[in-house]
Design a protein around this ligand. Sequence first.
Ligand SMILES: Cc1ncc(COP(=O)(O)O)c(C=O)c1O
Length: 487
Amino acid sequence: MTTATIPATTELRAAGQARPEAQSAIARRPLAAVTGAEIQAPLIQGGHVRYANLDYGASAPALSVVSAYLNEILPFYASVHRGAGYASQISTSVYENARTIVRDFVGGRPDDAVIFTRNTTDSLNLLAGCLPVVDGVHTGDVLYLDIEHHANLLPWQSVPHRSVIAAPTLAGTLELLRGELAHGGVSLLAVTGASNVTGEVLPIRALAALAHEYGARIVVDAAQLAPHRRIDIAADDVDYLAFSGHKLYAPFGAGVLVGRPDWLDAGTPHLAGGGAVQDARIDTVSWTAGPARHEGGSPNVLGAATLARATQVIADLDVDQWHAHENAIRSYLVEGLARIDGVSVHQIFSDSASFDAPADQGPRVGAGTGPIGVVNFSLEGYDAGLVAAYLSAEHGIGLRDGRFCAHPLLRRLGLPSGSLRASFGLGSRLEDAQRLLTALQQLRQTGLGWDYVVDAGRWVPANDTRTYPHWAPNTPGTAGAAPCTLD
Ligand SMILES: Cc1ncc(COP(=O)(O)O)c(C=O)c1O
C-alpha cells in the first residue's frame, strides 16, 4: 500500500493549503486555550520541559472554556429526569438542552435523535443493535472498508456484514463500494469521516449519495472528523453520525449518536434499566421511544453538557483561521519529516487531497479539503514504540505509536508492528512540531541518549527514577502495552 515518502506535501500544496511561510504566524500560538497547556514533563536525564502534546487524536485536552463551564454547572449537579428539586430541574434542563446544541452543531434534521453515550464505540454498538430486523432476520448487510478503526469494524462483525478492501485511490474505492452496493442487500454503509491513522478525509457527501442510490443508509464515524471540520448531516444527507467528547475537547465521559429516529425507536434498548421504560412489570416491559430508550440508568449530565459546550466553541471558530492554524502545523511537520533521513509518511489514498466528486456531491467537509491534523510516519531502523519512548523520556513529547486500533489497515499498509502518529488541534503550536522534528533529527544523528528496555510489552527507559504525582502511582510502562498499541 501507499507508504510513500512524503507525497502528502505536494498534494497539500496542490490543494492550496501549504504555504507554511505565510501561514506559520497563525500557528505560533494555540488557537484556543486548553487546560493543562503548560504542564511540565520530567525528563529522564533530569529537568523538566513543557509537555508537547501531539496526541490530540487519541484524547484532546479540555478547552479552558469547557473546564470553566464544568466548574460553573458543577454546584447544580443533581439527578436528571428524576427529581422535582431545583438542582434536579437545572440538571435536567442542561442535559436536554445539550441535545439541541449538539443537533445544531452537526446540522441535524429537526426530528433526528440525539442519544448520549459513553463514546463513539458505544454509539456504533448502539446502532448495531438497532439495525432493522424482520421476523428475527436482519433486512440487509452492513458494508464497511478495511481502513476503519475497530470501533467502526467490530460492532458490524456480529451482524450480517460485508467488507471491502479499499483501493489505492478514493475514486477507485467509491467504485468498489458501488459494485458491492449494486449487488443489493446492503442496509447500512459504515464509514469513517477521517482516518484516525493518516488523517485523510473521506468524501462523505458522495458516499451518502452512493449509499442512498442503492437503498442503503450511511453512518459516519466522526470521532476524528468532528474536531477538525464543520459537519452538516442534513446537507450531506448523512443518516447517522457518531463522535466522542474526549476527542472534542470535552473529556468527561460522553459521546453521542445522532440520526434518524425510526431504527433507533424500534431497536433493542442499548442499556436496559431505569429511564428507558414506559412501564415495567415483574417479567415484562414496554420500552419508551426517543433517546431515553437507549440511555438506561442515570445519565452523564456533566459529560453531555461539556460536550455540548465544546461544540459551541468549535461552532464559533472562524473556519479559515481554524484550518489555517492546523494546516500550517501539518505542512511544517510533513515538510520537516521529508528532510529527515529514513522517515516515511504514510497515507492510504493517493488522491485524498485532490479527490473530485461529481459537482452535486462535491466536498463539503469531505475529501479534497486536505487531511486533518494527523501525520503518520515511521523512522527506518527504529521500532515505533522505542521512538515514542525516546520522545517522551528525553524530550517531553507525547504522541501515539502502535496500530491505532486499526489492525487490518496497518497490516495492509505493511506496518504490522505499527508506526507513529503525531496529532494536533486547537491548543497546539508550531513549536510542538518543531520540537518533534528536532528530536527526530537528533535521534538520527546521535542515537538514543539513554538505555531502553521492554517492560510488559512496551519500551520504557531503563532505571527510570522520575517521580510522578502521588495520585498517579503507576509510572509509565508499568501498565503494560495497551491492546491497540501492540496487540
Ligand atoms: C476514527 C475513530 N473512530 C472511533 C474511535 C473510538 O473512539 P472512542 O474510543 O472514543 O470510542 C476512535 C478513537 O481513536 C477513532 O479515532
